[in-house]
Write a protein that binds this ligand. Structure first.
Ligand code: ATP
Ligand code: MG
Length: 235
């Protein structure tokens, strides 16, 4: 029988004493312990170089930590291999800070990737892609070659690709860096919607406008250390 520990203990991401350094002597993360609840929207903030992207890479297991334990949805990531790791990854949507889009493919092809990997019906994929483009005010870009888009447009496509397959865990790195205030609002609406539908959402950002008045938890990193945690306010 398979059990989903996340739904048993209410924790989606657990980090215990996680450290990561890069040669020769950069300490990117220093002894981070953190629990992110299932269904939570969680902000990670901190200056450039603080370790935000590194922490997201640890959670998605793009890179292993040097020391410490990481559990996602109740799975110890060190123990997952092959098919089980692939299956967990399919439930995680990542919007990378450097996008990682296929620039020679169309916008629709980029957004569809995660749904295709999990064998969704073409008609369902097309409907979802159109709907996401509409929400992000990019409906006219469906067939556009992605490399022809502006940075702000590519940033939104990156987000659409991450949310398309309705992931259980959504990791978003600087989602609003290149956007104006109105477009930033739309991006936040999309993330809030995903969160209201049950996704656990982790947002790494510099953009004060998106967390300043937030009721959600905000963790601040500085030189790889957790320097503060603002608790959620109950509304
Ligand atoms: N692959 C790497 N090799 C060497 N050093 C790295 C690597 N990735 C990150 N670092 C270093 O680790 C530290 C943390 O970097 P990270 O990218 O996590 O910061 P960040 O908080 O995301 O910054 P930003 O706000 O600029 O995106 C920095 O000092 C960075 O130079
Ligand atoms: Mg970063």
């Amino acid at each position: 029988m398979t059990t989903n520990n996340a739904s048993v203990n209410g924790t989606m991401v657990e980090l215990i004493k996680v450290s990561k350094s890069y040669p020769p002597d950069v300490v990117a993360l220093d002894n981070i312990s953190l629990s992110i609840n299932t269904g939570e929207l969680f902000f990670m903030i901190g200056k450039s170089g603080a370790g935000k992207t590194t922490l997201l890479k640890m959670i998605s297991y793009m890179e292993p930590p040097n020391t410490g334990l990481i559990e996602v949805a109740g799975h110890d990531l060190r123990r997952l291999r092959g098919n089980k790791l692939a299956k967990l990854r399919q439930r995680i949507g990542v919007a990378y800070q450097d996008f990682k889009l296929l620039l020679d493919r169309t916008v629709a092809e980029n957004i569809a990737i995660s749904m295709e990997v999990s064998y969704k019906q073409p008609s369902q994929i097309q409907k979802r892609v159109k709907n996401l483009l509409e929400q992000l005010q990019l409906s006219d870009k469906y067939n556009t070659i992605t490399g022809e888009l502006s940075r702000g447009e590519q940033q939104r496509i990156t987000l659409a690709r991450a949310v398309a397959n309705s992931p259980t865990l959504l990791l978003v790195d600087e989602p609003t860096g290149n956007l104006d205030a109105e477009t930033t609002g739309r991006v936040m609406q999309l993330l809030t919607k995903a969160n209201n539908s049950g996704a656990t959402v982790v947002i790494a950002t510099h953009d004060e406008s998106i967390f300043r008045n937030s009721k959600h938890r905000i963790m601040e990193l500085d030189r790889g250390r957790m320097v503060s945690m603002k608790e959620a306010t109950v509304s």
